[in-house]
Write a protein that binds this ligand. Structure first.
Ligand SMILES: Cc1cn([C@H]2C[C@H](O)[C@@H](COP(=O)(O)OP(=O)(O)O[C@H]3O[C@H](C)C(=O)[C@H](O)[C@H]3O)O2)c(=O)[nH]c1=O
Length: 354
């Protein structure tokens, strides 16, 4: 691991449990890291945590991250992503200013962000670190604001800030609002799998542990003031991905599903018009639904800079990464059931009171 001995890093996650990073499991286990569940909209709570832990670095991963939720209720996104980032930057700045010179030299503030700040690509090209910002959703606009704040605290006050922008994450512990867990859980429950529009939108998939490794690399070796794009180089249309997941589910959790609708791309359908047949593939559950408003067509990351300058590369293979992810959701039913039932909020409160 590329973190110096004695290097204490504070990871901040929001109370909402809705972070884009599915899991920081590999980071959490490292003794030099403290994973804090702090309500970043509360400046006193943030101050208290930073004062008590006195970190050598702060990794800011706390965010409201779901685009659909931001369309339905943008206010919480402004509070958490914009005001929350401001609170963290201010507390970190005060802490950094209180450090002796050699510790201040070593201090880093890593602001973790998204490729959605760059807007939407056509069929060609990729996002680089110099692509102009063009956010479209309340979520991406709030993340763009937070990126600008983080850079302003570097340029104005000299806080040693690094910014990363990642592509779509997948892996264990991803909140069930996101596409991958939606598909797996709908398959398990035999419910319709909602695919927005025609399923033609393209995302670039990054396994969460690869993202964690990239963040650790950036916080320990990156240059303050710089931005690093992190991507998996795994572009798929949503429909391709959903069908791939259905195939994995057919293999790992086979079951018989009533087939009342035509299979996409198979003309009049396997069962014929109006027939109720029995199909063995979960893909019979795929249902095209109304598109997301302002749905960005394509995201794709050019990760050349972090590969060249910091020697990071994704290690997870697309097929094995998704296979592990599906198996994880099959094995951890109690985890996602407590989220779907809402019980996790109570458990989470219990954690924060201790
Ligand atoms: C939930 C859902 C999604 N979709 C479509 C919408 C997207 O084109 C794609 C992925 O959707 P999801 O909401 O999982 O992720 P994005 O909207 O791409 O955004 C995600 O990746 C970026 C980088 C972040 O920064 C966000 O925080 C993170 O949520 O599937 C469907 O078709 N059906 C569904 O039920």
């Amino acid at each position: 691991m590329a973190v110096e001995a004695g290097h204490h890093v504070l990871n901040l996650d929001s109370l909402t449990y809705a972070g884009n990073l599915a899991s920081l499991a590999s980071v959490e286990k490292h003794p030099a890291y403290q994973f804090a569940q702090v309500d970043i909209t509360d400046p006193d709570a943030v101050n208290a945590r930073i004062k008590s832990f006195r970190p050598d670095a702060v990794m800011h991963l706390a965010a409201e991250s779901h685009v659909d939720r931001s369309i339905d209720g943008p206010g919480q996104f402004i509070q958490t992503n914009v005001i929350g980032t401001y609170n963290l930057l201010q507390s970190s700045l005060n802490h950094w200013r209180s450090l002796p010179p050699e510790e201040a030299d070593r201090f880093r503030f890593l602001h973790v962000s998204t490729d959605e700040v760059y807007g939407s690509l056509g069929v060609e090209g990729k996002f680089t670190e110099t692509t102009p910002y063009d956010p479209h959703s309340p979520y991406s606009a709030s993340k763009a604001s937070s990126d600008h704040l983080a850079r302003a605290w570097h340029d104005t006050y000299g806080l040693p800030v690094l910014v990363t922008n990642c592509s779509n994450n997948y892996g264990p512990y991803q909140f069930p609002e996101k596409l991958i867990p939606v598909v797996i859980l709908k398959c398990l429950r035999g419910e319709s799998i909602p695919v927005y529009g025609k399923g033609e939108n393209i995302r670039d998939w990054l396994y969460v542990d690869d993202h964690c490794r990239a963040l650790m690399t950036v916080v320990s070796q990156g240059k303050p003031g710089e931005t690093y794009n992190i991507g998996g180089n795994n572009e798929r249309t949503n429909l391709q991905l959903v069908q791939f997941l259905c195939d994995l589910m057919d293999e790992l959790s086979p079951k018989t599903i009533p087939n009342t609708s035509p299979r996409p791309g198979s003309g009049r359908g396997a069962g014929g018009e109006g027939a109720i047949a029995l199909a063995s593939s979960h893909s019979s559950l795929i249902t095209f639904v109304t598109d997301r408003p302002g749905h960005d067509l394509r995201y794709a990351i050019d990760a050349t800079k972090i590969e060249r300058e910091l020697n990071w590369r994704p290690q997870e293979d697309f097929e094995s990464g998704f296979r592990k992810t599906v198996q994880w959701y099959l094995d951890k039913q109690s985890w996602w059931q407590s989220i779907l039932s809402g019980d996790y909020r109570l458990e989470r409160q219990g954690v924060n009171q201790t």
